[in-house]
Write a protein of this length. Structure first.
Lengths: 258, 270
């Protein structure tokens, strides 16, 4: 079967903040309709990589191609058009705290479509019930629990039926049950809507179950982007160390002293 | 294995160059920000409700503080003016002195300083918190232009409100001067108003209005951009401390800019 062209391609990205070099030639390709999970230790530049894919950061050198176009060289209008196919769940949910849950989810529809208020209400309620969030639409983000905020963030990310969805640490700060709930909702919506997903996560190895591809960011580079099976058997020293840290030696048939 | 840092100390010349580049960069960013906001203001679609909300916040909610300041400024001008003019036997010129000082200088400047303290600081803090909590990134990712969505209503509201607030300040200040000069110190009522009527010309009123419009742009520009670029602040713009520092900087910078531009406009128009 012929492999589909990548939706997103990062080519040799370099990025420094002041005198701190975070990315040193990072490259990755994101395949259409698949879920790619980006893992790595804290401070290795996972979120920086994601922000480059979204066009929120400009690389010092290298290219960010979305649908084959370098998003740092195209006109603002075209970037807006590309972004209209994108949904993002931020690490801290990034809900507008002076707006109700309903208004948060309705915002992209109000600003970017000409739908009337009744059609907007129907779309928002559909997405909120997809996230099992009924009867909270009048509440403010500060009145919600962490898990609920993430679900509202996911509902907002999906309200425009995007083709690509980015999730930055979707389960950080949530307990095991709530994390499972987020993963279940993600799986349910991806099956229904068929979007391409890029997830930045710390939650290895649990997140491996959802992934089609796993990429490890270490030493300012994407070490490799492999299927979960290949990833766990990789000979790359960084990947090997990561698998060892997160899954233990048991996986390799050796006894874990801990 | 982490990202490496090159944290060697810079020598004096490097540090000076670094600082100059940082400030030039900041000025360039703020310039681009202003142009984008002003251009976005004239492009459709035009949304009325966000502007009305900001008029309420920047304008209506500042009326009391502006009126209060105007009354006392007028009263102190009446008092000071009377004692200075009475030394030359020119108490009848009190109306001209109060009217001209308020309309040309004190009205626009003090109104702008009051609005900076009340609304400018709030704009900077609100936008800064939005930046810190990734709400501005979220807007960009939703293909909603934050310049248009967040800034245009604030610029439009300030441009509408500042001249009106300045007029309120002037009228109440003139009345404050009247109360002290005429009612308390016994200056002739006719002399007070006729003197003012004869000395204040349309040019003075235009000058006051030009100043208030310029100050409106300055206040929103400096306060909003300080919040908007909080993440690029040199000494860390994160957390509550980052927001509080940026807000203080924004208020100080706006106040200084108002006084500098006041001088420049006066020098050009006189």
């Amino acid at each position: 079967m012929q492999k589909r062209p990548p939706v997103i391609q990062l080519i040799n990205l370099e990025k420094a903040f002041g005198r701190q070099k975070v990315l040193r030639g990072a490259s990755i390709s994101i395949e259409e309709g698949k879920t790619t999970v980006i893992v790595g230790a804290s401070g290795q530049g996972k979120s920086v990589l994601l922000k480059h894919m979204l066009g929120l950061l400009r690389p010092d050198s290298g290219q960010v191609l979305v649908h084959g176009k370098d998003i740092n060289r195209i006109k603002k209008k075209e970037l807006t058009r590309i972004r209209s196919d994108i949904g993002v769940l931020f690490q801290g949910s990034a809900l507008f705290d002076s707006m109700t849950v309903f208004d948060n989810v309705a915002l992209p529809l109000r600003e970017r479509t000409r739908l009337d208020e009744s059609a907007i209400r129907a779309r928002v309620e559909e997405k909120l019930s997809l996230m099992d969030l009924n009867e909270i639409d009048g509440k403010y983000p500060a009145q919600l629990s962490g898990g609920m905020k993430k679900r509202v963030g996911l509902a907002r990310a999906l309200v425009m039926d995007p083709k690509i969805v980015f999730l930055d640490e979707p389960t950080t700060g949530l307990d095991v049950r709530k994390s499972k709930e987020i993963y279940r909702l993600f799986f349910k919506t991806q099956t229904q809507l068929g979007y391409t997903a890029v997830i930045v996560s710390h939650d290895a190895p649990k997140i491996f179950k959802l992934a089609d591809y796993i990429a490890l960011v270490a030493d300012g580079k994407v070490q490799d982007c492999l299927s979960p099976e290949q990833f766990q058997l990789s000979e790359n020293p960084y990947i090997k160390a990561f698998v060892m840290d997160t899954m233990g030696k048991i996986y390799f048939g050796e006894e874990d002293p801990l | 294995m982490g990202a490496s840092t090159d944290m060697r100390r810079l020598n004096v010349f490097e540090a000076l160059g670094d600082l100059t580049l940082y400030h030039l960069n900041q000025l360039g960013r703020m310039g681009q920000f202003l142009v984008r906001c002003l251009v976005s203001m004239f492009l459709p679609p035009y949304k009325l409700m966000p502007v009305v909300e900001q008029i309420h916040f920047i304008g209506a909610m500042s009326v009391f503080v502006v009126a209060f300041t105007g009354a006392f400024t007028g009263m102190v001008l009446g008092l000071q003016g009377y004692y200075s003019l009475s030394q030359f036997g020119s108490e009848s010129a009190l109306g001209s002195a109060v009217g001209l000082s308020l309309i040309r200088e004190l009205g626009p400047v003090l109104t702008a300083l009051m609005v900076t303290g009340r609304a400018g600081s709030a704009i900077c803090a609100e936008i800064g918190i939005m930046r810190n909590s990734e709400q501005i990134d979220a807007l960009e990712c939703m293909a909603i232009d934050p310049h248009r969505y967040l800034m245009v209503p604030r610029f439009a509201a300030a441009l509408i409100c500042l001249p009106l607030l300045t007029c309120i300040f002037d009228v109440i200040g003139i009345f404050g001067g009247y109360v002290v000069g005429v009612k308390l110190l016994g200056v002739n009522e006719g002399a007070y108003f006729v003197g003012m009527y004869k000395s204040v010309v349309w040019g003075d009123i235009y000058m006051g209005l030009i100043k208030s419009v310029t100050f409106a742009v300055l206040i929103v520009w400096i306060c909003a951009s300080k919040g908007f670029f909080l993440h690029l602040e040199r000494k860390g713009g994160f957390g509550a401390e980052g927001v509080s520092k940026a807000t203080t900087n924004a208020v100080v910078l706006s106040s200084v800019a108002i006084l500098v531009f006041d001088y420049l406009i006066t020098a050009i128009l006189l």
